[in-house]
Design a protein around this ligand. Structure first.
Ligand SMILES: *[C@@H]1O[C@H](CO)[C@@H](O)[C@H](O)[C@H]1NC(C)=O
Ligand SMILES: *[C@@H]1O[C@H](CO)[C@@H](O)[C@H](O)[C@H]1NC(C)=O
Ligand SMILES: *[C@@H]1O[C@H](CO)[C@@H](O)[C@H](O)[C@H]1NC(C)=O
Length: 399
């Protein structure tokens, strides 16, 4: 179980250029008839991660909201002294220790492990009592290269309780934040609104009508136990469209787009200035005109007849036709290589084999869409058959 890499987050060194330093609007929560909506600005940090503020025991932590995992862990005062400065640390004295519980999460690019407490967690005005994992050991990648104070998983509870992948041995399984918080929401959904080289917004409990223009294309999550939907094809630039069904993890916690190696090679072959650094790793000119990267199109074909769990009256309706999500070529220009050679990391990498998904559509993709992560209960409660259903909606954002 432990070796099963369920999550790919924070791919080392893979990212986007030029964080924009605009101020974050205050987060807000609106209460209507006892139910809540919340809007939480997310700040692009180091060009690779969007962080959101949460409060745990009255202290603010800037965490990455990760659809690819389900645990909440924080750097912890119990941790080793070698934790780099720059991380806010959780002091578990305010919490209640879950005796005998531990967590150990393997991400695609690292791990975190330690003890587990329950404590009060507030996200955008929504407060829950929640398992907080106190990371006493975090690998170097997350420790040194990133400014985050921890990771807040908003994925599904994939078994007998949260705690990373060590679920079966836990004496006291805990619920995910999604399970704890969603009964308080007006609608059991949240939206990711990340933007190219800019800050973004996560909204909980509602869809902001101003942030998309056309009908939303909803794809069912079905029984994938993760925020996974199926894609029906792809296209590199104006080359012929390819029909292929992939299970796609829609992952805010991964920076890049991860595809089968043959597709990655074909994509960069269409960009004459791209240089192969190693298998699945390409460098491209940082200048978009010189790089001349082709667009990459992903097609989602809603199953017919279209049956959407929710259809908010003012949402612009539901799209029933195949939908092409276009990632402009320049979105694949990542952070500089550090070699001062005008080259940047390419935002597309190889997907490793033997995962529960075929591809990962990370932030490079998410920036192009308003993405609705819908637990699919109109009352915001978690269905007893959860996570056996749910849906993800996609809509292009206004330019
Ligand atoms: C949080 O702050 C409130 C108001 O200042 C205070 O009443 C409460 O005791 C604090 N809680 C903790 C865990 O420090
Ligand atoms: C690439 O996509 C952008 C945004 O959708 C579009 O404006 C542009 O025309 C596309 N470029 C090509 C060469 O198709
Ligand atoms: C949602 O709440 C309404 C009003 O209480 C109720 O009529 C409806 O059955 C609920 N729907 C679900 C799916 O629980």
């Amino acid at each position: 179980m432990i070796s099963q890499v369920l999550v790919v987050s924070l791919l080392a060194g893979a990212g986007l250029a030029v964080p924009l330093n605009d101020d974050s609007a205050a987060q807000s929560a609106i209460v209507t008839g006892g139910k809540v909506t919340a809007s939480i600005p997310t700040t692009l940090t180091e060009g690779v991660e969007w962080l959101v503020p949460i409060q745990v025991a009255n202290k603010t932590f800037n965490v990455q909201l990760d659809t690819g995992s389900a645990d909440l862990w924080l750097f912890c005062t119990e941790g080793p002294q070698n934790v780099e400065s720059g991380h806010n640390q959780y002091d578990p004295k305010s919490g209640t220790k879950l005796n005998g519980a531990s967590f150990d999460i393997n991400y695609g690019s690292g791990f975190a492990k330690g003890d587990v407490y329950t404590d009060k967690v507030t996200l955008g005005g929504i407060t829950v009592t929640q398992a907080v994992e106190c990371a006493t050991s975090v690998d170097d990648t997350d420790d040194n290269d990133h400014k985050l104070d921890g990771i807040l998983g908003v994925g599904f509870n994939s078994g007998g309780g949260v705690f990373g992948i060590l679920q079966t041995d836990q004496p006291d399984p805990q619920m995910t934040l999604v399970e704890n918080a969603f009964p308080q929401l007006v609608s059991g959904l949240f939206t990711a609104d990340l933007n190219f080289n800019q800050n973004g917004v996560y909204n909980f409990g509602y869809i902001d009508q101003a942030r998309f223009t056309t009908p939303i294309t909803y794809m069912p999550v079905r029984n994938f136990n993760n925020w996974i939907v199926e894609t029906s094809g792809y296209q590199i630039g104006n080359n012929g469209a390819q029909s292929v069904t992939w299970k796609a993890l829609i992952d805010t916690g991964t920076t890049n787009v991860l595809l089968p190696p043959s597709v990655v090679d074909a994509y960069f072959a269409a960009a004459p200035q791209a240089k192969k650094q190693s298998e699945g790793v390409y460098y491209v000119p940082c200048d978009a005109t010189t790089a001349a990267l082709p667009n990459f199109t992903i097609t989602f074909t809603p199953p017919q007849p279209v049956a959407s769990f929710i259809q908010p009256s003012s949402s612009g309706g539901i799209n029933t036709r195949p939908y092409n999500a276009v990632i402009p070529g320049k979105y694949f220009i990542g952070n500089p290589t550090g070699k001062n050679d005008g080259m940047c990391q390419g935002g597309m990498n190889n997907m490793g084999a033997e995962q529960p998904w075929d591809i990962i559509l990370g932030d490079v993709f998410l920036m192009t869409q308003l993405v609705v992560f819908d637990v699919a209960d109109p009352n915001g409660s978690v269905d007893s058959s959860y996570p056996s259903h749910g849906q993800i909606g996609f809509a292009p954002k206004p330019a």
